[in-house]
Design a protein around this ligand. Structure first.
Ligand code: SAH
Ligand code: SF4
Length: 382
């Protein structure tokens, strides 16, 4: 089957599937069944979708249609429960997708606060196919790639070393999530799954495909992860921040600030020459937040570069007036990265300056560093 697949159905909207069903003389309710088989039941082989008549399945196969789920090429398990997947697409390209069970020390895996809607008691029944720890309410975060490689060239990030290989299609972005959910045997309805677009690539440089993936992932008739449980991180592609603010359905926004003044930021993130801090912060200030929503600023601490108390005081001034919190990430080291991880005392001192100024600031625990699964380490290291 895999070999003769010419057209992947994965990534197509309900309307697009309706068009295909119609062109094969099938009624629209067949398109709905097809849509649900792909996104809700997460099937990987069209031939086994018994809700569809054999004739329709054969028609699709003859036309060269298949579901087109990507495959797990390799899997690395960390001592902290994190799993790094290398996920391969039909052209042989692969990207990383990371599974992080449980949140991040009292917070959700994306560094946001634990949601009060999550019961602390193991109240919910098991998903029928099992998979996670018996009888216990579970939650996890999946970190998704939006591009293979990245063109942005941040000096502290291992993905930058790959350069941009190519954009991922919407189907390839959704496919990472479906593949990991299948491998972990997760029921999205019964267990809390957060999605963060923080893997390889800059989502806002692949904006249309990223947003199409968001719509498919959040549709209650499809994959069914609400956008309130999704966060996208951008290095600061300002025009797309404006577009994103206008989207009727959108994840939460995180901005990789990483420096407190233009001199330091341009040194570690060359894109700051194009969109400097003033432009970036103007976009952040204008960004239309929903009620009770906060923006996240991410800040990678690089020893002796951007982690002095004076830098923290500059951050306080810079983001004044934005309803935001700050996630601090001590550098995850890697070969060919010329920066050092600061001592914990420096990280705590930085956090204290922010907190004393009334800014919620969290230290993100590194996940899966031993298997190169942590932020900025995604470079297909084997
Ligand atoms: N391209 C997007 C999303 C992917 S990177 C962005 O840059 O925002 C996700 C986060 O990892 C960003 O906040 C980035 O600043 C951070 N990061 C990159 N390299 C890192 C490293 N070596 N250690 C810690 N965090 C890193
Ligand atoms: Fe790209 Fe983000 Fe890495 Fe910068 S930090 S190179 S934008 S993936």
């Amino acid at each position: 089957m895999g070999q003769q697949l010419k057209f992947a159905l994965l990534g197509l909207s309900f309307q697009e599937l309706t068009g295909i069903a119609g062109s094969l003389g099938q009624p629209s309710y067949r398109a709905r069944q097809l849509y649900q088989a792909i996104y809700r039941q997460r099937r990987w082989d069209l031939q086994t979708v018994s809700t569809l008549p054999l004739e329709f399945r054969n028609q699709l196969a003859q036309q060269g249609y298949g579901i087109g789920l990507p495959e797990i090429e390799k899997k690395f398990s960390s001592s902290d429960g994190t799993i790094r997947y290398l996920i391969a697409f039909t052209d042989g390209r692969s990207v990383e997708t990371v599974w992080m069970p449980e949140g991040d020390g009292g917070e959700a895996g994306d560094g946001s606060e634990a949601d009060p809607e999550v019961p602390s008691e193991p109240a919910l029944p098991r998903n029928q196919r099992g998979g996670w720890q018996q009888g216990k309410f579970q939650r996890a975060t999946i970190c998704i790639s939006s591009q293979a490689g990245c063109a942005v060239n941040c000096q502290f990030c291992m993905t930058a070393l790959l350069g941009l290989e190519r954009n991922l299609t919407a189907g390839e972005i959704v496919g990472q999530v479906l593949t990991v959910l299948n491998d972990r045997q997760v029921s999205v309805d019964r267990e809390r799954v957060n999605l963060v677009f923080m893997g390889q690539g800059e989502p806002f440089l692949n904006y249309e495909n990223f947003m199409q993936a968001v719509r498919l992932l959040s549709d209650a008739e499809g994959v069914g992860v609400p956008v309130s449980r999704m966060t996208v991180s951008t290095s600061g592609i300002v025009p797309r921040i404006h577009d994103f603010g206008k989207e009727p359905i959108r994840p939460k926004l995180a901005i990789s600030l990483n420096a407190s003044n233009d001199a330091v930021r341009t040194g570690i993130m060359p894109l700051n020459k194009k969109w400097d801090l003033e432009t970036l912060l103007a976009a952040a200030r204008e960004f239309p937040l929903r009620s009770r929503e906060r923006l996240t600023f991410e800040y990678v601490l690089l020893d002796g570069v951007n982690d002095e108390p004076q830098h923290a005081r500059e951050v306080v001034e810079l983001i004044r007036g934005v309803r935001a919190k700050v996630n601090l990430i001590a550098l995850n080291p890697g070969p060919e990265i010329d920066f050092k991880t600061p001592q914990e005392s420096r990280v705590l001192a930085f956090q204290k300056v922010l907190r004393d100024a009334g800014i919620p600031a969290y230290i993100r625990r590194p996940r899966g560093r031993d298997i190169y699964a942590a932020c900025g380490q995604l470079k297909r290291t084997v």
